[in-house]
Design a protein around this ligand. Structure first.
Ligand SMILES: [Zn+2]
Ligand SMILES: [Zn+2]
Length: 250
């Protein structure tokens, strides 16, 4: 067996040249690509039922009408949002969730291009996004930027802007301070806290535009909602959102 190992290694190297690991699961794959398994998982996500408004994915037991394009989650049936539509590349779970964590908290910036590619796929699948003429990342405060070293939403926005050839404006929306942990607060309390932290620095850049706001995840929707509210009040014609992952509704 020991004798056979180098041969096995050579064989594996032939089939899967060394160093080419799937950026999501670490499994073998071709250069610059993701592995077949992850490809299948993400393809499956594209087929999944989602809320027509907030883009969250249907969980087990969620009521889905036959007409999935007109299906709204419980929250979207009860409340309005300041955004027109949000879409995500996949649910916030499994390899996608792990990749976002490595990207955001472990500083694996190289993941931005792969996540952005998935997001661009979700964007192209949504006809209403065709009129988007400005991309704005959800900002982080100066303190958070110094602490983390980068803004994950800005990195994603930059990649997507290049992919779909739409200008990215990382300056017109700013976050003046980080809001404290929001658990336990009602949705409206969370959103008004957050909305107070965001500010548009240059209204003229946003006025009349169809803005696409980029963030990494959409879970409660509070961040996207607060950012959309501020952008809409600055005169944007339409406000859309796109994230790498979204939660599920039940
Ligand atoms: Zn993989
Ligand atoms: Zn919804």
């Amino acid at each position: 067996m020991v004798v056979l190992l180098p041969i096995l290694d050579d064989l594996l190297n032939l089939i899967f040249p060394q160093g080419l690991e799937c950026p999501f699961c670490g499994g073998p794959c071709e250069a610059g690509d993701i592995c077949n398994l992850c490809g299948e998982v993400f393809e499956g996500y594209r087929q999944e039922s989602r809320c027509a408004r907030c883009g969250r994915f249907a969980g087990k037991g969620a009521l889905i009408s036959n007409n999935t394009s007109a299906h709204y989650c419980y929250e979207c049936r009860r409340h309005d949002w300041p955004f027109d539509l949000v879409r995500a590349a996949g649910p916030y779970e499994g390899v996608l969730k792990e990749a976002i964590h490595r990207f955001k908290y472990n500083g694996r910036r190289s993941l931005a291009a792969y996540l952005a590619e998935l997001m661009a796929g979700a964007l192209r699948a949504e006809p209403l996004f065709a009129g988007v003429d400005l991309i704005i990342p959800v900002p982080v405060s100066g303190d958070r930027l110094r602490q983390r070293g980068f803004n994950q939403a800005a990195l994603l926005a930059k990649e997507i802007g290049v992919m779909i050839k739409i200008p990215v404006d990382g300056r017109s929306l700013v976050k003046d301070f980080e809001t404290p942990a929001q658990a336990g607060l009602s949705r409206s309390a969370r959103e008004s806290n957050l909305a107070g932290a965001f500010r548009v620095t240059n209204t003229a850049k946003v006025y009349g535009k169809q803005v696409l706001i980029i963030d990494d995840v959409f879970t409660t929707g509070s961040t996207m909602s607060a950012a959309s509210y501020i952008i809409r009040h600055a005169g944007a014609k339409q406000v859309f959102g796109l994230t790498a992952a979204a939660g599920r509704y039940f």
